[in-house]
Design a protein around this ligand. Structure first.
Ligand SMILES: [Zn+2]
Length: 195
């Protein structure tokens, strides 16, 4: 039976998505977690790809299912290229920009306390300039695949919801790189569920 496990423990800040085959008995006892850790390194490249796939999944769900929050038109949100830094989707009618964050969760009806973010430097600089982008949060389960889409407008965001993480160790592939995570505890109630 295919067993799904998502971990955020990796020093490089990757969302680790690990599929392991376990028997139905070990699945019920949760022993899949120890198997996951013993198999982390060989799966690193594959997991980075899985994270990108999760991000793409989130953006696709948003552009297919959500109307533009500003002009209210359907099917006008389009994905921006991966190397476009400040936003993930744009409305090709009114020019509205938004970020999309996708995360795997156990229960899509609950906004998690914490979600992995991206690079801290650009985020810090934007906050210093008082620039925030609206956020679509796509929560997904994998077995079976279900998802929910939440929305947090830019004016409800504050510096406290962006927390820097420790810089990567000198032995990491991107040594010194610093990421951040979203601390969503204070803004949970402000999220609007769209889907
Ligand atoms: Zn629009």
């Amino acid at each position: 039976m295919l067993h799904f496990d998502a971990q955020r423990a990796d020093a490089e800040g990757l969302l680790l998505v690990v599929f392991t085959t376990v028997s139905s008995s070990s699945e019920s006892t949760g022993s899949g977690a120890s198997q996951t850790f013993s198999r982390l390194k060989p799966l690193r490249v594959w997991m980075a790809t899985a994270r990108q796939n999760l991000g793409a999944f989130g953006e696709e769900r948003v552009v297919k299912q959500c109307s533009c929050p500003r002009c209210k038109r359907m099917r006008t949100l389009v994905r921006l290229p991966t190397n476009f830094k400040c936003a993930d989707v744009i409305c090709d009618f009114c020019g509205y920009l938004a970020q999309v964050k996708a995360a795997t969760v156990k229960d899509i009806s609950v906004v998690p306390a914490q979600v992995m973010g991206a690079a801290w430097g650009p985020q810090r600089e934007r906050m210093e300039a008082a620039i925030y982008f609206p956020l679509f949060l796509v929560l997904a389960t994998v077995e079976p695949v279900t998802h929910a889409i939440y929305y947090l407008s830019a004016d409800l965001q504050a510096p406290a919801m962006f927390k820097p993480r420790n810089p990567l160790s000198t032995t990491a592939r991107r040594a010194g790189w610093t990421g951040f995570h979203y601390d969503l505890r204070a803004v949970r109630a402000a999220f609007v569920r769209l889907i």
